[in-house]
Design a protein. Sequence first.
Length: 159
Amino acid sequence: MKLIKTCKDLIIIDRVLFTTRNTLLLFCLTFSMTITAQDWHDLKGEWKGLTRSVIVGGDNGHFIDVESLKPTFSEVEITLIWNEQSNGRYIGYHTSGDHEEVIIGVASAHNPDIFHTVDHNGYSMGTIINENQFELCYTETNIENGKQLASCVIFERQK
């Protein structure tokens, strides 16, 4: 270890540390800017999946045959089509049988593998599994008519 003998040595060491610190700071800023410049997932297109649902209180448009006041397990095939996307924001619609409704979503800027959606009466949280699969877990509750719904579906991209 070299001892500092003079003021000149101290100034030289201080400049080296200052330069090193600034270089590290510049590197960190550049690296963090690279991380925040998102590569948003391309979700445009048609996706299909089968729900795993628990329903109380009956039909919400997708589950026509359920009219029970006790919790009931149910499944229904859903098609989701994302028509538009921009910087992790998504616009589309989902259908099952004759029922169709608009769905909108937005991806997390911190982690674009997570996104949130909403339709006219419920909310979902989505997770990207890979470029051809994502999962949406949906919840809906309606105090006026006592309906409740919890559902998850793994959607697969249709080629």
